[in-house]
Design a protein around this ligand. Structure first.
Ligand code: PLP
Length: 378
């Protein structure tokens, strides 16, 4: 399905690669009559093809593509009103936390954070004003696991929405809509795009009315994915399965290597037997994925380790063909106050590795030499 993303979308000439419709507007056939396209903020054929591909992969009916993952999450938030309460995973991408706390809370939305792997606690924290649960699983960066089926079931029974950020797994490994979730969001910048060459996001749903509301958010708010980025996204999606499978295979090797290093204090990876919710993760996903977080033994070793890496690149993102490494506390999650980072267990010792598709021997050798240096010099 991924390899043939977009095939059949070009009805004019049958081109296999979807054309980049670099147009803002479409000529009306006559007064009050157009061919389904009037203005590219509302509809664009290249974007439509990318949206259809993502909807199909996630098992949804409708997808809406946005100019970033944050724009996609913002679009979902337009469903709520001042006074509404949203219950979230207690470890979230820092930008999502920043949107909730610094932009939306001042508009009167309330957010609470809880362990989504504990359904009893989730049910208790849903109050009269709660309108949605917002879940990451595995979470960024601590790889905590939510129970998608149970959380979605509780939400449905209470008449509220369940939203799952599926960025870390991609639809190749996890399909939350089939597990009962109402809405899936993505940073398409990550595994879907896969080449660190675009910023994009998507919202996918099985409910036609919700799908319409997301389409309305595209048109009314305007943060849509451009035709060129839609084309890049389609092109990236074609290799989703082989990229994720290869990266995951290498990640399993690297996680085992890290777990055997005395200088590595902890490894957070749902593929390791030591991960406390490994069984839960395996019951809802087809593999552990390609993201590994780990802690070094000494804080002073962290910058030495990161600077010593040569093949693995120090950069903020994840899910691309290149292996990337990040220090969440000062980079991706820097906008979360330090005391809140500490409260969820995010320490300055933590490092997040996104495994790419390079030769795994090269990656292990690079990490091993950087660990030796860090251990010797810190
Ligand atoms: N959700 C998760 C889990 C992420 O890791 C990110 C970005 O790192 C986002 C959402 C935001 O996506 P974007 O950077 O495309 O706006």
């Amino acid at each position: 399905m991924a390899a043939q993303a977009g095939v059949g979308a070009d009805r004019a000439f049958g081109s296999i690669s979807v054309p980049i419709y670099a147009t803002a507007i479409y000529r009306y056939e006559a007064f009050g009559k157009h061919r389904g396209f009037d203005y590219s903020r509302s509809e664009n054929p290249t974007r439509q093809a990318a949206e259809q591909a993502i909807a199909d992969l996630e098992g949804g009916k409708k997808a809406a593509a946005f100019s970033s993952g944050m724009a996609a999450i913002s679009a979902v938030m337009t469903l709520f009103r001042s006074g509404d309460h949203i219950l979230c995973s207690d470890d979230l991408y820092g930008g999502t936390y920043r949107l909730f706390e610094q932009i939306l809370r001042p508009y009167g939305l309330a957010f609470d954070y809880t362990d989504m792997g504990n359904p009893g606690q989730v049910a208790k924290k849903i109050g009269k004003k709660t309108r949605a649960v917002f879940v990451e699983t595995p979470t960024n960066p601590l790889m905590k696991i939510a129970d998608i089926r149970e959380v979605a079931r509780i939400a449905r029974n209470k008449g509220i929405l369940s939203v799952v950020d599926n960025t870390f797994m991609s639809p190749f490994l996890q399909r939350p809509l089939a597990l009962g979730a109402d809405v899936v969001v993505h940073s398409a910048t990550k595994f879907l795009g896969g080449h660190n060459d675009l910023i994009g996001g998507a919202v996918i749903t099985t409910d036609p009315e919700l799908g319409e509301r997301m389409h309305f958010a595209q048109k009314a708010v305007g943060a849509v994915l451009s035709p060129f980025d839609s084309w890049l996204l389609l092109r990236g999606i074609k290799t989703l399965a082989v990229r994720v499978a290869r990266a995951q295979q290498s990640a399993e090797v690297i996680a085992a290597f890290l777990a055997a290093q005395p200088f590595v204090r902890k490894v957070f990876y749902p593929g390791l037997s030591g991960h406390h919710r490994r069984d839960l993760h395996c019951s809802q996903a087809d593999g552990p994925g390609a993201i590994i977080s780990f802690e070094l033994s000494r804080e002073s070793a962290v910058p030495i380790f990161l600077n010593a890496l040569q093949t693995v690149l120090l950069a903020e993102s994840l899910g691309g063909v290149e292996s990337l490494i990040t220090h969440p506390s000062t980079m991706t999650h820097a906008d979360i106050p330090l005391e809140e980072q500490a409260a969820v267990g995010l320490t300055p010792l933590l490092i997040r590795l996104s495994v790419g598709i390079e030769n795994p021997d090269d990656l292990v050798a690079d990490i091993a030499q950087a660990l030796r240096r860090a251990k010797g010099r810190s």
